[in-house]
Each structure stands twice: as C-alpha cells, then as structure tokens.
Design a protein around this ligand. Structure first.
Ligand SMILES: Nc1ncnc2c1ncn2[C@@H]1O[C@H](COP(=O)(O)OP(=O)(O)OP(=O)(O)O)[C@@H](O)[C@H]1O
Ligand SMILES: [Mg+2]
Length: 150
C-alpha cells in the first residue's frame, strides 16, 4: 500500500528517521528514493543515531557501502548509496543480501538499479526542496504492525 505522506522540516527529520530506525529489525531493507539533495542521507543518519551511532555518519556516496556493527550501533546496519552503480553485476558484487542475516540495509538511490530487488522493502520517497520536504512511504505487510508514524 502507498499509504503514508507528510511534510517535514529539517528538525522533524530527526524524529521521523529516529522512529523508523528504532523499529528496524534484522532482515529489513529501507529504500530511500528522491532527487539529489532530497534528504535521504539526513533520514538515514537519524536512523543510525537511533541505533546508538554517536556523531554524524558519513555519506556513503563514495564508499558505496558503509557498514556499521555493534557495539557502535545495537543493530548491524549497512548504509548504501547506489548513485554510482551502473550495472547489475556491480550490484551483485556488493553482496548486500549478506547483511540481512543479522542486520538491516538502508539504500539511497534504489531507483538507480532495480529497487525491485527487494520487494518487501519499506520504500520511502522524499520530494520537494527548500525548507520543507514531503515524505511518502509504501508500507509493506512486514511493517504494518510496527509502522511508527501515524
Ligand atoms: N526535511 C528537510 N527540510 C529541509 N532541509 C532538509 C530536510 N532534509 C534534509 N535537508 C537538507 O537537504 C540537504 C541535502 O540533504 P541530504 O544530504 O540528506 O540529501 P540526499 O538526498 O542524501 O542527497 P544525495 O542525493 O546527494 O545523496 C542538506 O543540507 C539537509 O540538511
Ligand atoms: Mg545522500
């Protein structure tokens, strides 16, 4: 279902991302779609912060995959940016599914290369610019009972 939509400013990004981050469990995939500078990393940082990350997580734009593991965070999380991925085999080489055995994936730019690889993902889309953004969420069945924003 495509069922959630709200406007939010930078201050609210922290509580929105924090609420989603706190609800994460192993095996979860969160897709963060939206134009350049939409606010994807900002929400991912708030999710990491909710899991214990101290300080500001770097953007994974250049590393592509930025893994975090306990004790730095209380749930293993790989923060991924697919912006520079150009072919399906590059995606396969990243071995992202391996992170799902005991952790979660936060994926920026899923539209770059088949976000359909994770049909059960929580799909977030950020639009707008300036001092406020719009968040829409496709909440999959696996998230219905624990979707923290109403
Ligand atoms: N809800 C918001 N309201 C206002 N400004 C915001 C909001 N969310 C993020 N920003 C600001 O937008 C800018 C870009 O944010 P961010 O780096 O998170 O975007 P991004 O989507 O990850 O960009 P990229 O496409 O480069 O990965 C930052 O200056 C950030 O502070
Ligand atoms: Mg980013």
């Amino acid at each position: 279902m495509s069922d959630y939509r709200r406007d939010y400013d930078l201050a609210e990004a922290d509580s929105i991302g924090g609420a989603i981050g706190a609800a994460l469990t192993p095996g979860d995939v969160v897709l963060l779609a939206g134009d350049l500078g939409a606010g994807k990393t900002t929400l991912a940082r708030a999710m990491l912060k909710a899991r214990g990350m101290a300080g500001e997580a770097p953007s994974p734009t250049f590393a592509i995959v930025q893994p975090y593991a306990p004790p730095e965070v209380d749930l293993a999380i790989a923060h991924v940016d697919l912006y520079r991925i150009e072919a399906a085999d590059e995606l396969i080489e990243l071995g992202l599914d391996d992170y799902l055995h005991d952790g979660a994936l936060l994926i920026e730019w899923p539209e770059r290369l088949g976000g359909e690889a994770w049909p059960d993902a929580l799909a977030l889309t950020i639009s707008g610019s300036g001092s406020a953004r719009v968040l829409t969420a496709d909440v999959p069945p696996a998230w219905e009972a624990r979707w923290p924003l109403r």
